[in-house]
Ligand binder design. Structure first.
Ligand code: ADP
Ligand code: MG
Ligand code: MG
Length: 904
């Protein structure tokens, strides 16, 4: 017979799948002899059974009864007893943490029979009615409304109604805080609550402890399929079959008076990673009061003080012995789990209890700092350190930071909460509109506000950094800034923002609009003037970490770069070559006037003679560009793609450009327009582009190949190394490759004869049309390398236009028809099959076929992992994604090793 119920002392952290994260860790803390109130876990399997069959497995009743009897014995109190009743909490907890998505009910077991007993035992009527009103609020909301599938309008649920009743009572008595409510008030409140419950839900509030317990257990199981939980699972790709465990635990009370309290803490600072205990607590409170933000929580210790809470006593100063005990647990937990823990604790009349621990969420900066610290503390090894930083974390780490040396010498004039990481220097502006205008003028600005509201979004986006006088870590500004990875400091309480006078006043210091300040958003401090900034990639810790990353990586990482400067940036960030150099780049943007003019001449030529002449004029520009980038890569491989886009993209639209061109070609402006119109295509993405241009106009291919090979020959002659790779785009048949190769071979011979250099090169193709995948074995006869152009391949496989998919693709993703946007992360189910197949077929023909990917997805961690598994040699991504891809590649190798280890 399956066992469904486990006492805390029977389980362990290893049993996370069966007992859920919360349950498994409660068991583990119990095993470590930490002060955990006794309880038991009903397994995820029981929930899965319940979800499937609509009832619990037979015998669960007895199992729960048996476990409860053990708990009662340990507690010396009985559930439902008249004189000394035990109260329980009923808590959800899935395999993976789903914060705030499922339900918990506290104080189960309070009813007309048990209330007098507890009052007598505790001599604390106020506490008992406070606990009872909380039970009614949670239970009616979770069990009687949500789990019954009753839907209400926003703000009209039973919980909102009861909150309103409570608010009205506080207002009537002129109370500011919940703690001012007297025993009398609370008893009265409970009566009003029960009346409202009956009125709104049509049922009495249950007065029987057993009924309450099973109601709560059932509601927790059902909350697995609650709306919030289901949509959270979609986003996080958590399987529906998992189910949640239900933790039934003896209650301890942080709301028993002034020697009781409740709190949450992190064993290290989750924003900076500093090895300092970090937390918040509230005296005389229960459960989620700390996070709910009803009262400003007290700081745990000196290190946790900030402008908003520094007047409140810390736990460390108020109860030093308890603090020391908690700090001891902190150390023990870190040693045991070898990772930063996020903990919940409660103090009941001077005695400490642990209610939860789990690996804590952290910012990117904190992840890096903690990984490196723990490595140095010998808590973890290098592999673990590499796995502790998520590829996504690096995004944030690559933002500039304030140079630590400059910071040591400077003195901050203002501090606030570190809401958005990184550093920023800029001129002060006071409105969102100014932030937008000044930035458009090329200024860097810091948007300074009393507090931000949703209308400030534009300005926040434009500004280099954001500073507000009010608001907490969860305020609007903080959330938005963190979402964008933008430097932001909120709640700088000493700041006075005078919008009318356009002044930021801090004590005797007055700063005006346009004055320069520097923000350190990672620490929450503000300096006058401009402090030196530093690229995070120069951060020695980051570099040491990335070196370690490369030890565990086998997949290569290249970059997509079209200019010398991009190439240099990417090399600094660790790129091992260029996977995609687009020749057309020189026709866009700065410095493109002349080559673009010549390209247009070429496009609008009517005869092969005209075209050859234009191509000849264009040649030096193409060669110069290619040579610069090949030179910057100093012998690393550079894949140069032949001209790809449809020609009509380059036809001049403006009158004056048309006139200029007409003059140069010696034709009428109207002819220019006509020739341009002749190039028009109704489906240019599938039109005259890529290799097709070279098939019709071999002189275009010839010119580009000559540019690549002569540039290389010149570099080699100058004693430099170079590894060009000629890549033919948009192919669907090996015939195209063979035809192009004839041109390449001839030009190669000519260059050798002219320069005396036999340029080493590779010849290959982009794979971006499904037919090319199907015929990969044939393609590999001509191609020495493949590079998956997953943007076009996705477009062609789905039949979704990349430029127009925005109108419908979001509906597919939101509606769960597709797990993600396939243009952002490789569609492994479909496009992935084509890739795997091409790899197999291509390598069957040519064992040493080099294979890479150069689509946008090359920098997406999930896609990188897929490419590794598919056996690619490298991924190529934009320069700033290179570190992300390197880390993702290391994770992919380490995860495979770990799973092989398990299998063996
Ligand atoms: P969540 O997963 O949303 O954090 P929890 O199950 O941890 O939900 O419970 C919500 C709150 O109730 C937490 O603050 C927790 O510490 C508190 N709580 C849960 N069980 C008990 C208990 N047995 N005694 C006292 N407080 C409890
Ligand atoms: Mg919660
Ligand atoms: Mg919790």
């Amino acid at each position: 017979m399956t066992k469904y119920v486990y006492l805390f002392k029977e389980g362990s952290a290893q049993m996370r799948d069966l007992l859920g994260g919360k349950g498994a860790n409660l068991c583990e803390m119990t095993r470590l002899n930490m002060p955990v109130p006794p309880g038991f876990v009903i397994s995820t399997e029981a929930c899965a059974y319940f979800t499937e069959k609509g009832r619990y497995p037979p015998g669960l009743d007895d199992e729960v009864g048996g476990a409860l009897a053990v708990v009662e014995k340990e507690m010396g109190a009985r559930f439902g007893d008249e004189h000394d009743p035990l109260l329980l909490s009923c808590r959800s907890g899935a395999r993976r943490s789903m914060p705030g998505m499922m339900e918990t009910v506290l104080n189960v077991g309070l009813c007309s029979r048990t209330i007098p007993g507890i009052i007598e035992k505790t001599h604390n009527e106020r506490f008992v009615y406070d606990a009872y009103r909380r039970l009614i609020m949670m239970y009616s909301d979770v069990v009687m409304e949500k789990s019954e599938g009753i839907e209400t309008e926003e703000g009209k649920g039973i919980r909102d109604r009861l909150e309103q009743i409570m608010a009205a009572m506080k207002k009537r008595h002129n109370y500011r805080s919940d703690t001012e409510l007297t025993a009398e008030d609370l008893r009265e409140l409970c009566t009003q609550f029960k009346k409202k419950v009956k009125e709104q839900l049509g049922r009495e509030f249950p007065d029987d402890p057993k009924e309450q317990l099973w109601g709560a257990i059932g509601a927790v199981s059902k909350s697995w399929n609650g709306k919030r939980a289901v949509s959270y699972r979609r986003i996080e790709h958590i399987p529906d079959e998992w189910g949640t465990a239900t933790n039934v635990q003896s209650m301890v009370f942080g709301n028993m008076g002034e020697t009781s309290a409740t709190g949450v803490a992190f064993t290290r600072n989750p924003a900076t990673g500093e090895n300092k205990f970090y937390g918040e607590w509230l005296p005389n409170a229960q459960g989620e009061d700390v996070v709910a933000g009803i009262r400003t929580p007290n700081p745990l210790n000196e290190e946790t003080k900030n402008p908003q809470n520094k007047h409140l006593p810390s736990l460390q100063s108020k109860w030093p012995a308890l603090y020391r005990e908690l700090d001891g647990i902190r150390v023990a937990l870190e040693e045991h789990y070898t990772d930063m823990q996020d903990i919940e604790f409660t103090i009941q009349e001077g005695k400490l209890y642990m209610l939860q621990c789990r690996n804590g969420k952290r910012t990117g900066t904190a992840a890096l700092n903690m990984a490196m610290d723990m490595l140095d503390e010998r808590l973890i090894d290098e592999k673990t350190a590499v796995l502790r930083v998520e590829p996504g974390h690096l995004d944030e780490l690559l933002h500039p930071i304030v140079n630590p040396d400059a910071e040591k010498k400077a003195r901050a004039f203002l501090t606030g909460l570190p809401a958005g990481p990184g550093g920023a220097v800029g001129k002060i502006v006071f409105t969102s509109a100014d932030a937008v205008d000044w930035t458009a003028r090329g200024e860097k600005v810091i948007l300074v506000r009393e507090e931000t509201n949703p209308e400030d979004v534009e300005g926040m986006r434009a500004a280099a950094g954001i500073l507000t006088a009010r608001g907490g870590m969860t305020s609007h500004a903080a959330l938005v800034a963190r979402g964008w990875g933008k430097c932001c400091i909120v709640g700088a309480g000493e700041a006075v923002v005078d919008l009318d006078a356009r002044q930021l006043i801090v004590g005797s210091l007055k700063l005006r609009e346009g004055d320069v300040i520097t923000l350190n958003g990672t620490r929450g401090v503000v300096y006058q003037g401009a402090l030196a900034m530093m690229d995070a990639s120069e951060n020695p810790r980051f570099q040491r970490f990335m070196k370690m990353v490369d030890k565990f990586r086998t997949l290569g990482v290249r970059t997509n770069a079209d200019t010398e400067s991009d190439a240099r940036v990417a090399r600094d960030l660790g790129a091992e070559g260029i996977g995609l150099f687009r020749t057309e780049h020189m026709f866009y943007g700065k410095g493109s006037d002349e080559p673009l003019f010549l390209l247009r001449k070429m496009i609008l030529s009517n005869t092969p003679e005209e075209r050859r002449a234009a191509v000849k004029e264009l040649y030096p520009f193409v060669k110069r560009d290619i040579k610069a980038t090949l030179g910057a890569m100093e012998g690393l491989p550079v894949t140069v793609r032949l001209l790809d886009p449809p020609l009509h993209e380059f036809v001049p639209q403006g009158k004056d450009k048309q006139q200029e061109l007409a003059k140069a070609l010696g034709i009428r402006p109207s002819d220019v327009r006509k020739r341009g119109e002749a190039l028009h295509e109704s489906n240019p993405m599938m039109g005259h582009r890529g290799v097709r241009l070279g098939i019709t106009y071999p002189e275009i291919t010839e010119m580009q190949v000559r540019a690549i090979l002569e540039a290389s020959a010149e570099l080699i002659k100058a004693g430099k190394k170079t590894k060009p790779e000629i890549m033919v785009p948009v192919t669907c048949d090996v015939g195209e490759l063979d035809a192009t190769k004839v041109v390449v071979d001839r030009v190669h011979r000519e260059v050798r004869e002219k320069t005396g250099v036999d340029v080493p090169y590779l010849y290959g193709t982009m794979i971006e049309i499904p037919r090319a995948c199907l015929l990969a074995d044939k393609m590999a006869k001509s191609a020495q390398f493949f590079s998956f152009g997953t943007n076009d391949l996705t477009q062609m496989t789905f039949g979704f236009s990349r430029d127009d998919a925005g109108t419908f693709l979001p509906y597919y993703v939101k509606g769960g028809l597709l797990p993600a946007d396939p243009f952002q992360t490789i569609d492994q189910a479909g496009v992935g099959q084509l890739i795997t197949m091409s790899v197999e077929r291509g390598r069957a023909t040519r064992k040493d076929l080099k294979i890479g990917i150069c689509g946008e997805q090359g920098g997406d961690p999930a896609s990188v992992e897929f490419c590794y598994k598919a056996g690619l040699n490298y991924v190529s991504c934009s320069p700033f994604r290179v570190p992300v891809a390197r880390l993702a590649a290391a994770h992919a190798s380490l995860k495979r090793k770990a799973s092989e280890g398990k299998g063996a």
